[in-house]
Design a protein around this ligand. Sequence first.
Ligand code: GLA
Length: 326
Amino acid sequence: MTPLPVRAFAPGRVNLIGEHTDYNGGVCLPFAIELGVTVTAAPSARSGVDAPGLRDDDPYLRGAVAELTAAGVELPACTVELSSDLPQGAGLASSAALCVSLVLALCAAAGTDPPPQLELARLCSRIENDYAGARTGLLDQLASLLGRERHALRLDMRTLEAEPVRVELAGHVLAVLDSGAPRTLAASGYNERRAECRRAAELLGVESLSDAGDPSQLPEPLARRTRHVMSENARVDTAVAALNAGDWPALGELLDASHASLRDDYEVSVPAVERAVAACRDAGALGARIMGGGFGGSVLALFPPGAATPEGAIGVRPGPGARVLC
Ligand code: GLA
């Protein structure tokens, strides 16, 4: 058994483009950021796993212990402590970072190798879905686990293939700005969009909306939800080409087009998000868009070299994926 204490870090993520495509069998382009959650597991005289500052029935802790036990991991008695430099509730996948760091730290404390990365991503997403009651796709967990410095990942959610795409910004800055909007509608709105996509796929007779043909026969709002998924998938590959070519104006336009589609076809924007997008554009952004599940959270913007980002914006760049630190 590994001598305790052990520490594990898991980053948050931004998604350059490809929003609400993960649960529709589509493509997305996230990267792990340098901010994240660190979990330390230290030996404890008490039995079981406890975490000062978290309730005993904290769903993430309960879920991590239950899932690892079901996977055959024998957890030692330990105390886990969390620290984070990732803003919570800002759409930077702090809950995925928490699950991933918790699971990696507990496996290290047990002296066990964690499950392979895809299995681990699924295990962490079950913690969120089945214990914390948050429905998510696999985007956040995969981005946190597979992150790579100076690279985004083109994730194909049908095959679960991850292709690294170099992000060489040549002085440009990617920044996130928290809209500050209360995320009261986030869970119900997200679940409603997922249900609409399922219904649209059923009506079209396809397994997932990324296989959809002409959506125009669908009733509204299902037709425009489908249009978003199809156009967003196409934008991901155009964005990969723009990154490879260093075509920043094209990348900015794609961010704007993604935002328009998320606002008008997918209808996941709210006034505070529109204000944050406008603040980024006023500051000279080449493009800006709502990011993550929607109904609040952060916007992502691309600024040209030398531009002053709006107050409160945080610069982000691709960092390494989740790891055990010691
Ligand atoms: C949230 C979910 C992800 C994904 C995005 C939208 O961040 O956790 O799985 O669906 O929304 O792209």
